[in-house]
Design a binder for this molecule. Structure first.
Ligand SMILES: [Zn+2]
Length: 247
């Protein structure tokens, strides 16, 4: 449960998400791990990377970056003159990451050209999303990561972090996004809550159809899940984001 960003966290949202998932028949078979209980593990990972010289303190603010936003390695060999410690960045010098996504295919990214040394500990002391996710995936023994294609651009950074920390790399599947008629993704920030409006079985059926699966008509929730697990075909998922039938 990604609840580590107090300024952005909406009170009660974690409970609501778990309740919504449960209503759709999705119950975790292990205790839910809350990122807010894991700050020690994140700090320890940042400390290791700093002590091994794989990460460095940076004193730059957003205004110090070039217009591209790609970090040019300014503080790699020590803070720039007149600057004090602000964030911790991971060194990505000469790092080209290759991975194969089950839906998106083969992907190659040179991190030095695409993002530059990226932040793993923010100026407010919180761990960056990329670091927290990588540390938690390894801690929970995650072998397959399934998530929306909007997170595809994070994957190379996360794999580089796994390499730096000596952690295994899981398999990745990035599925297309359900978007509304304005092209915005359906998600927690959208007030219209289409998932909550429909009976659970209808929501699950619509989601399966959106993902290219063809469940038979007239199934109850439990039956629908059994069918989906047995007949799931990842190759039927289309690459493109498309408008959801729920809207
Ligand atoms: Zn810097």
């Amino acid at each position: 449960m990604e609840d580590i960003d107090p300024p952005r966290e909406v009170p009660g949202s974690a409970t609501r998400i778990l309740h919504d998932l449960s209503r759709l028949g999705l119950n975790s078979d292990r205790p839910v791990l809350y990122q807010s209980t894991r700050t020690g593990a994140y700090e320890s990972a940042v400390g290791t990377l700093l002590s091994e010289g794989k990460a460095f303190w940076c004193g730059c603010s957003r205004n110090d970056l070039p217009p591209s936003g790609i970090y040019p390695g300014t503080c790699r060999n020590g803070l720039a003159p007149g600057k004090s410690r602000r964030t911790v960045r991971l060194n990505v010098k000469d790092s080209t990451i290759r991975f194969s996504d089950l839906i998106q295919g083969a992907i190659e990214e040179n991190l030095e050209h695409s993002v530059g040394d990226f932040i793993i500990r923010r100026a407010d002391g919180l761990p960056a999303y990329q670091l927290a996710v990588v540390v938690d995936d390894a801690f929970q023994g995650i072998t397959e990561v399934v998530r929306g294609s909007d997170l595809l651009e994070s994957t190379a950074r996360q794999i580089h972090l796994q390499h730096a920390l000596g952690l295994p790399t899981p398999a990745y599947v990035h599925h297309p996004l359900a978007i509304d008629s304005d092209g915005k993704k359906l998600g927690k920030r959208i007030a219209s809550d289409p998932v909550g409006r429909l009976p659970a079985a209808s929501s699950v059926r619509t989601a399966l159809q959106f993902l290219g699966q063809k469940p038979p008509r007239g199934m109850e929730l439990k039956e629908l899940w059994s069918w989906a697990i047995e007949h799931w075909q990842v190759e039927s998922i289309s690459l493109a984001d498309s408008e959801s039938a729920i809207m």
